[in-house]
Design a binder for this molecule. Structure first.
Ligand code: FE2
Ligand code: FE2
Length: 340
């Protein structure tokens, strides 16, 4: 199918959200200027905040410089949904060109906490990427095997190759130690830091958010799935930061660990109507990615939630769950396009 066919599905608001998500992630996998243009066309004029934030996420993961103007405009629009604005800030941090700096600087003092916290991390990531480029150490060696960032992102044509950055440049920001092809918002903490110290930082509400994120990704990369899942479950129960909790849910979805305590935390998070919809959304998708059969009814129940972001997330999560259960998607072997 052509980019045009996927674009038509992407913008067709009469289609179920899971189908539009598949079109979205297929375009992300195809990559290139036409796919970026198609995604940009879906960034405005869509009533679904979930959908638009996911488009912004994909543009960030594609590291598409052509998306910067639109992402900046949405980030600056204080009347827009805060989850969408958050994702635009994160995407600008992933793209990390100099044109991204002014909007991110302004957003560091935004009235909305998740936007402010995201912009602060994104600006620091941009400065980190700039310094790395200066050292000419940025290109990542092609790893033996990586999977796309999450089960959700594998909701694309199974034959699609691991996507290259939209500008054809070396992928900057894919951690060499990470088993995932995600551009993380913060680089993982160095290998020299012991895991128990990382766990302590991750759980410390007074610690800097940059350090907590770095600890979370380092722990994820070290491979003790059940242990990390339990720690992330603790984060969900104890942190006041919606930003940190939503990322903890995202990482739990990447890990796909069936650990009972972590799963219970995800369920509590989805059920908590006082929780930020951005966190409940990521909890729903993580539950879908873990794909335990006994959580299917829970997702069905919350697909009727009063918050549209949560309801649509559960629809997508059910699609992820069905895909995972059927074994429809297998981890993609990384190809030479990932690194220059
Ligand atoms: Fe996010
Ligand atoms: Fe999200």
């Amino acid at each position: 199918m052509s980019v045009e066919t996927h674009r038509a599905e992407l913008v067709d608001q009469s289609l179920p959200m899971p189908r539009r998500f598949r079109a979205l992630f297929t375009l992300r996998s195809i990559g290139g200027d036409d796919a970026v243009a198609a995604l940009l066309g879906a960034m405005t004029d869509d009533p679904s905040a979930l959908f638009r934030h996911e488009v912004a996420f994909a543009l960030g993961q594609m590291q598409a410089p052509g998306a910067v103007d639109v992402l900046k405009r949405v980030l600056r629009d204080v009347t827009d949904d805060e989850m969408v604005r958050h994702e635009c800030a994160e995407a600008l941090g992933a793209i990390a060109t100099e044109e991204c700096v002014d909007a991110l600087r302004d957003a560091c003092v935004d009235g909305c906490r998740v936007v402010r916290e995201t912009a602060t991390l994104a600006l620091r990531r941009l400065e980190h990427a700039r310094a790395k480029r200066g050292e000419a150490k940025d290109a990542v060696e092609a790893p033996a095997s990586k999977t796309l960032g999450s089960a959700k992102e594998r909701l694309s044509a199974p034959a699609a190759a691991a996507p290259a950055p939209a500008n054809g440049a070396p992928r900057d920001g894919v951690d060499a130690d990470s088993p995932y092809l995600s551009v993380d918002p913060v680089p993982a903490a160095p290998a020299s830091v012991p895991s128990d110290a990382l766990t302590a930082v991750l759980l410390d509400e007074s610690a800097d958010m940059w350090d907590r994120y770095g600890a979370m990704f380092a722990l994820r990369n070290r491979g003790d799935g059940p242990g990390v899942a339990r720690t992330l479950g603790e984060v969900l129960g104890s942190s006041q930061s919606a930003l940190l909790k939503h990322e903890a849910c995202y990482v739990l979805g990447q890990l796909q660990e069936a650990d009972a305590t972590a799963r219970a935390s995800l369920v509590r998070t989805l059920e908590d109507v006082r929780e930020h919809p951005m966190v409940r959304h990521e909890a729903a998708e993580a539950i879908g990615s873990i794909a335990a059969p006994d959580t299917e009814n829970l997702l069905r129940k919350y697909a009727g939630d009063g918050d549209r972001i949560v309801a649509e997330s559960c629809e997508v999560a059910l699609d992820i769950m069905a895909s995972e259960m059927s074994g429809e998607f297998v981890p993609l072997a990384a190809c030479g396009e990932v690194a220059a």
